[in-house]
Design a protein around this ligand. Structure first.
Ligand code: 2RA
Length: 354
């Protein structure tokens, strides 16, 4: 029989995209069970062209489940993912609760699908959206050229901070539209009033902050980029420096990347690798104004790469501009892809519950 899937957090921002993907991707699932907080139980959501009633999160809702995708806050995943795993489900978790656990693989199918098979806790983690927005392209370059150092800056969309992030930016744009704000110190700050989940105005601004404050002035987001890139690429000593910046974009994270390799590189070779890399679209012809931008990339699955240059002062390094939809590849799509890898594996060995 086809495996049973539970989608935990089905009513959230990422859960909504998961349902869309499950309705459009090749259907490898038998029953799909939608799970959310008791508040949302009883709601009916469309998946695969049918209405499915949402059930409340409970131990029983994992009965007979082969794979459970979790798109819920860290605390809820920390509590419930082990429960689902103890009931026999393979958990694919999109929270930060388990990503750096040595017994939990951190998987990007195009880069390290093999890691998904070794999961002592029955849990597989999905990386953070900022790492995911660049890592497919970097994994392809690393496989051919051997990565030694990464220096990146992110340009992160407000939807990374959830629905409230989107609403905050939309509200602020309304407040500044048609004004001459942005010409005097603090005028935008005073006009927008509410910063929502951000530490400064997002409209007419860029904000060099995402996540929470960690040691020595680093943000949690910057440390995630470093630690997760090392784990996914299997390079525990990779030199990584990240500066994470929030920009007034609704959805799609972008990054500038300075990537250094073991040997000399050329733009032609990098183009060749990126052109052949599954999950990557090379869009790099600045003479014709062709490079990815978040407004053009949003709603698509691949990682888009442009502005590929060899560093002027280092023949072993490349400069790139990368864009990826933070709600699709950055969250829902990668989770769905991991779940499909597990479904294929269960299909080979037969689902444990028969
Ligand atoms: C953000 N990466 O963009 C975070 C969300 N996981 O805020």
């Amino acid at each position: 029989r086809k495996p049973t899937l539970a989608v935990v957090g089905a009513t959230g921002a990422v859960g909504t995209v998961v349902l869309e993907l499950l309705s459009t991707r090749e259907d490898v699932w038998g029953e799909i069970r939608l799970v959310a907080s008791p508040r949302s139980a009883g709601r009916k959501l469309m998946v695969r062209g049918e209405e499915v009633e949402v059930v409340a999160l409970s131990e029983e809702c994992f009965d007979g489940v082969d794979v459970a995708m979790f798109d819920v806050p860290d605390e809820l995943s920390a509590q419930w993912a082990p429960i689902a795993a103890s009931k026999g489900a393979v958990v694919v978790d999109n929270s930060g609760a388990f990503r750096m656990d040595g017994d939990v693989p951190l998987v990007v199918p195009e880069v390290n699908a093999h890691s998904a098979r070794v999961r002592p806790r029955g849990i597989i983690s999905n990386p953070n959206c900022t790492t995911l927005s660049m890592i497919v392209a970097l994994g392809a370059l690393h496989a051919e050229l051997g990565l030694t150092e990464l220096i990146v800056s992110s340009y992160q969309a407000v939807s990374g901070a959830g629905q409230v992030g989107i609403e905050t930016l939309r509200d602020q744009i309304t407040k500044v539209a048609g004004s001459n704000l942005g010409t005097q110190p603090g005028d935008v700050r005073r006009a927008v009033g509410d910063f929502g989940p951000f530490p400064a105005p997002m409209a007419l601004n860029v904000v060099p902050w995402a996540g929470s404050l960690q040691d020595d002035g680093w943000s949690s987001e910057e440390l995630k980029v470093r630690n997760e890139s090392r784990k996914i690429l299997g390079l525990p000593d990779l030199r990584v420096s990240a500066t994470c910046v929030r920009v007034p974009v609704i959805t799609t994270h972008s990054l500038t990347v300075h990537a250094r390799f073991e040997r000399e590189v050329t733009v032609d070779r990098a183009h060749e690798i990126l052109r052949g890399a599954p999950g990557v679209v090379l869009y790099d012809n600045p003479a014709e104004g062709e490079f990815p931008t978040p407004a053009d990339v949003v709603g698509t699955d691949p990682t888009w790469v442009g502005r590929v240059r060899r560093s002027l002062d280092d023949p072993t390094a490349l400069e790139l501009f990368v864009c990826g939809d933070n709600l699709r590849k950055g969250a829902a799509l990668n989770t769905a892809q991991i779940a499909e890898v597990v479904a294929a594996e269960l299909g080979q060995s037969g689902p444990s519950s028969g």
